[in-house]
Design a protein around this ligand. Structure first.
Ligand code: S3P
Length: 442
């Protein structure tokens, strides 16, 4: 079946990428900025907010539940919150579009409010598992009815007061952790999340920043015990959102792969729970220099200078996976042009992202002439040693922004153009991706 509304786009062998770019704000931090500001009492101000479709879905949902959220002409966002416990019942279903983060975190928020909320989403989101949040939120007292397979559309009937929970995460997921902590915000007593494998910690940092009583205790084996005291009062904040390392990733790899490139990417968030890709690419021989390391909005940030490099394949340590969980699609492209073999394991979670990123990347890489073998939990890739890939294929993006951008970058280092069947999903996380790329090709 052909999608009449799809917008195909081709990417071809590129001239050297040169210059300096600033990437848009961090998606995870942008979602949380809106949610927490919408629960604070008073006016919060946010600059650098990512204005991609996913974050705009969160903004629309928080408005539908009573917050006032306005964008100023200078790009600053002002949010008047309703106070913890003050969310109103939305009149219509909340349309989450493509956004798993909006869905899972908001399910957590509404689970401990006395409101009933329906969540709907696009075809990709409607295929993703929600059981992972339904389980703990049901234990806290929410009544959730989902479509078969614990999918969207689903309805959450919140309970107030909810029942505090101590929950051990069965998988490494910041979304599940955050859903439980956000439900805990309006729950009497202490809600605890036990996290055996650390994942991105933006929720913990930001909840503390907004004045919630949240502690993190580190066990001898590295397990994190995160406790939040509920019925908190959040104080409004002024937030500067750092640039998204997951968006920077596409330009880091593009600059490494295209001969003659020298690119500086400004203001890249380098929270240790997000910075795995830079470390892995450096291990592969990538010339990535960290300049002007500083703090922005309570997060470590630096400018990255990236120059074309000859990369070598490696075995990626599965322990690093959570700190680069969204970056594997673009790492696979880098591996396809490296010298020798790259082996990745422990990537089970990639199968339940916006698409099955192991299968979709394997199919796309084969289509453009890369040598790749799919395993249960990863890919094994034998690189070209720097020679361009054959290219010359159309890639199915499966409504997955990171698949689309990864193959766009592959096109820049291929003999024949690589066509993405529909470029539209890129706007979920990186609306000016093509514009920034064109600027570096001048
Ligand atoms: C996110 C957590 C990760 C990540 C997603 C954003 C977040 O998902 O893939 O893009 O903001 O908490 P999981 O929790 O499913 O790993």
């Amino acid at each position: 079946m052909t999608d009449q509304t799809a917008t195909p786009r081709s990417f071809s062998a590129s001239v050297p990428l040169k210059g300096r770019i600033a990437i848009p704000g961090d998606k995870s931090i942008s979602h949380r900025s809106l949610m927490l500001s919408a629960l604070a009492v008073g006016e919060s101000r946010v600059t650098g907010l990512l204005e991609g479709h996913d974050v705009l879905a969160t903004a629309a949902a928080m408005r539908a539940m009573g917050a006032t959220i306005e964008r100023q002409d200078d790009g600053e966002w002002r949010i008047h919150g309703v106070g913890v416990g003050g969310l109103l019942q939305p009149r219509e279903a909340l349309d989450m579009g493509n956004s798993g983060t909006s869905t899972r975190l908001l399910m957590g928020l509404v689970a401990s409010h006395p409101i009933t909320t329906t969540f709907v989403g696009d075809a990709s989101l409607s295929g993703r598992p929600m059981g992972r949040v339904i389980d703990p939120l049901s234990q806290m007292g929410a009544d959730i009815s989902a479509s078969p397979g614990d999918r969207l559309p689903l309805m959450v009937r919140g309970l107030a007061p909810a029942i505090p929970l101590s929950y051990r995460l069965p998988m490494a997921s910041a979304q599940v952790k955050s859903a439980v902590l956000l439900a805990g915000l309006n729950t009497p007593g202490i809600t605890e999340v036990i996290e055996p494998v650390p994942t991105r910690d933006h929720s913990e940092r930001m909840l503390k920043g907004f004045g919630a009583d949240l502690t993190v205790e580190l066990g001898a084996d590295g397990t994190r015990y995160i406790r939040i005291r509920g019925e908190a009062e959040l104080k409004p904040q002024t937030i500067t959102v750092p640039g998204d390392p997951s968006s920077a990733a596409f330009f880091i790899v593009a600059a490494l792969l295209v001969p003659g490139s020298d690119v500086t990417i400004a203001n890249v968030g380098l929270n240790p729970t997000r910075a795995g890709l830079v470390e892995v690419l450096q291990q592969m021989g990538g010339d990535i220099e960290l300049l002007d390391a500083r703090e922005v909005g309570g997060e470590p940030v630096a400018d990255l200078r990236v120059r074309h490099s000859a990369l070598k394949g490696i075995a990626v340590d599965p322990a690093i996976v959570p700190s680069m969980v969204d970056e594997f699609p673009i790492l696979f492209i880098a591996a396809a042009l490296a010298e020798g073999r790259t082996v990745t394991t422990g990537l089970d979670e990639l199968r339940v992202k916006e698409s099955d990123r192991i299968a979709v990347m394997a199919a796309g890489l084969k289509a453009i002439g890369a040598r790749v073998e799919e395993t249960e939990d990863g890919l094994i890739i034998d690189g070209t040693g720097g020679a361009p890939l054959p290219g010359g294929a159309t890639i199915a993006g499966h409504l997955d922004h990171r698949i689309c951008m990864s193959f766009a970058v592959a096109g820049l280092a291929s003999k024949a153009p690589v066509t993405i069947d529909d470029i539209a999903p890129v706007a979920t996380s990186f609306p000016n991706f093509e514009q920034l790329l064109a600027g570096l090709q001048q």
